[in-house]
Design a protein around this ligand. Structure first.
Ligand SMILES: [Fe+2]
Length: 283
């Protein structure tokens, strides 16, 4: 189908231990490895053009990976405005350290004409972490926005609020879904952070993502429960199970029943679990 997906994991494929003595960069890369962020290149095989998804932590390492794969960067997409997916100034208490994490602002500085594909509702958060970026630097991607790559690859942007107001998933050629922090294997993203919404998350999961064909492969934004899953698998045993009727809170309790039943799961994370970095501020 002319589509190629390159999955890059922080700490393994980029943001690896730097050569020489770079105390700050070393610390940033260690943190990136703990956060287990995935960065993706969605590539059109014929043209070798690609869209990079959530380029953060180490732009040099990410561009080097694209060069290794022989890919040409055509655009950068952001699934949501959290710092670990965009880079820039980290949130408190790390903001006092006066560090800047390489990410989309660095990409835009090097390639001024590179489209930055972000849902309009999360653009303010990206600018807050990256004060050198302005509204005019972004290509807003409302629900249903389509971006064509080469001759045979079409990316459709699906607005899936809940984790953040402007969270979005990228559906490629109607068979691959890049789910950011909305959907993970066996779990979904947190809804208790700034801008999070239980009712929006339930609607995004139960209406928008459940409508996608079962065979669709899902690539999550972090390596918290596995490298990939499918819509069908999440409908059977994940957060795309049918939650029935009732309020958003009732539906959520049914979806999150593993903990209510006292069972334990080694996959994913849900509302109150901790990230590997054990810092709750932005994943
Ligand atoms: Fe996030």
């Amino acid at each position: 189908m002319g589509l190629r997906v390159v999955q890059l994991l922080a700490g393994r494929d980029f943001a690896r231990r730097p050569r020489g003595v770079h105390p700050i960069r070393t610390r940033i890369f260690e943190f990136a490895a703990c956060m287990q962020n995935y960065v993706y290149a969605i590539a059109d095989v014929d043209s070798r053009k690609c869209v990079i998804v959530d380029a953060c932590w180490d732009v040099d390492g990410i561009l080097e990976a694209l060069r290794r794969e022989g890919l040409l960067l055509a655009a950068a997409a952001i699934t949501h405005g959290h710092f670990d997916h965009t880079g820039g100034v980290p949130p408190p208490p790390f903001s006092s350290l006066r560090i800047r994490v390489s990410g989309v602002a660095e990409l835009k500085r090097r390639m001024p004409y590179l489209p930055l594909l972000v849902h309009p509702l999360d653009i303010p958060d990206v600018i807050a972490s990256n004060p050198h970026l302005e509204q005019r630097h972004f290509t807003p991607t409302p629900n249903g926005f389509a971006f064509t790559l080469g001759t045979s690859t079409e990316i459709t942007f699906l607005h899936t609020p809940g984790h953040t107001p402007g969270s979005q998933c990228l559906l490629v050629n109607e068979c691959r879904l890049f789910s950011g922090d909305t959907l993970f294997p066996g779990a979904c993203g947190r809804i208790d952070l700034k801008g999070g919404s239980l009712s929006d998350m339930v609607e995004s999961l139960q209406s928008r993502l459940r409508a996608i064909p079962d065979s669709t492969v899902v690539y999550p934004g972090h390596e918290y429960g596995g490298e990939w899953t499918t819509i069908g698998r999440e409908k059977k045993r994940g957060f795309l199970r049918h939650a029935g009727e009732g309020s958003a809170h009732d539906k959520w309790q049914r979806l999150d029943s593993r903990r209510c039943l006292g069972s334990h799961s080694s996959v994913g994370h849900s509302l109150t679990d901790h990230s590997p970095a054990d810092d709750p501020s932005f994943w």
